[in-house]
Design a protein. Structure first.
Length: 327
């Protein structure tokens, strides 16, 4: 299989644009799309693709017309932090923003639940990655409805029988709106198995450098594994769309998940067909004179040749006039 066909496979195999036939159980968390790479080989391939991603990000930044939003979701230990760390390692920090959404604070609770999300949407020319996102409001809150009590919602909202379907509709409309404003959006669900999560939680407890990541609530949340799987199932069914697709990415193998996320971002940026930035006509016309002011050399182009010719004519005239004065 050629490199190009592998890239196309990674860009499309896990893409969900229509949730009507989606089943989360159809996606194997161990899948690697037939790729078998050693850690060293995977690192080499990822580095190469990050170089491409970095180039596209520079074009995006220079163009300043479009933007890209990447929403990363996943169960605890699914690898969100590590994926962000590795995929963004070669990108200019000026062109990318990472936003983590924790439990909303007092100020955030005084606004609608999408308020803080909209505030974090990327400005033109930038990439923003959400580490968790607005989808927490139809995941955690659905598994733990008691959280809604802190959101200061009026009873007519809380008691609405269409509460969850209304939220899905709000999210679809929000994503459609930002897409219409020139902001691309992709949503990545890092899909790990329950057994893989158990191993990673144990590894955190045994590794002193990772123990800070462990929360006493982690084992308790595992008791709601099936409820979370059901919530993700419903989320993807309700919100997958061509303008805001979901990618259900196998994440039991960290190297593979990182490679897929990088490839998805590259694909979305390439679809923008961003032209390379060009200097203004004024700069082009005065290129060599500007170089001369800075002590540089003339360019070997039409503008440079014309300036050289004019300088030579001026120099000849100056010599001629000097000879005349001597006579």
């Amino acid at each position: 299989m050629s490199d190009q066909s592998i890239r196309e496979l990674l860009r499309t195999k896990y893409r969900v644009e229509d949730g009507k036939k989606f089943l989360i159980t159809d996606y194997n968390a161990d899948d690697t799309a037939g790729l078998s790479l050693s850690p060293k080989e995977a690192k080499k391939v990822l580095k190469k693709r990050i170089k491409r991603l970095s180039y596209l990000q520079e074009l995006l930044f220079a163009n300043g017309h479009s933007a890209l939003l990447v929403a990363l979701q996943g169960m605890d230990t699914s690898g969100k932090d590590g994926t962000i760390k590795h995929v963004t390692s070669g990108i200019n920090p000026q062109g990318i923003t990472i936003t983590s959404f924790k439990q909303p604070g007092p100020v955030e609770l005084m606004h609608d639940y999408l308020w803080r999300i909209h505030m974090a949407v990327p400005s033109r020319g930038k990439i923003t990655i959400f580490n968790r996102s607005h989808y927490e409001e139809v995941l955690v809150t659905k598994v733990h409805p008691s959280i809604l009590a802190n959101q200061k919602l009026p009873l007519r909202v809380l008691n609405n029988k269409n509460f969850w379907s209304d939220r899905y509709e709000d999210i679809r409309n929000f994503e459609k709106y930002i897409y219409r404003q020139g902001i691309g959006i992709v949503k990545c669900f890092l899909n790990i198995s329950k057994e893989e999560q158990r191993k990673r939680l144990l590894a955190r407890l045994e590794n002193k450098e990772k123990q800070w990541k462990f929360s006493p609530n982690d084992p308790k949340e595992r008791q709601f594994w099936e409820e979370y799987q059901g919530a993700y199932q419903e989320v993807i069914v309700q919100t997958a769309a061509p303008n805001a697709p979901w990618f259900v990415i196998p994440a039991n193998n960290k190297w593979f998940a990182r490679l897929v996320v990088a490839e998805i971002m590259i694909d979305e940026l390439e679809k923008l067909h961003i032209p390379e930035p060009k200097p203004s006509q004024e700069v082009l016309e005065s290129l060599n004179s500007l170089k001369a002011e800075l002590g540089g050399k003339f360019s070997d182009n039409k503008v440079g040749k014309k300036i050289k010719k004019n300088k030579k004519i001026g120099k000849d005239k100056k010599i001629k006039n000097l000879n005349k004065s001597k006579e």
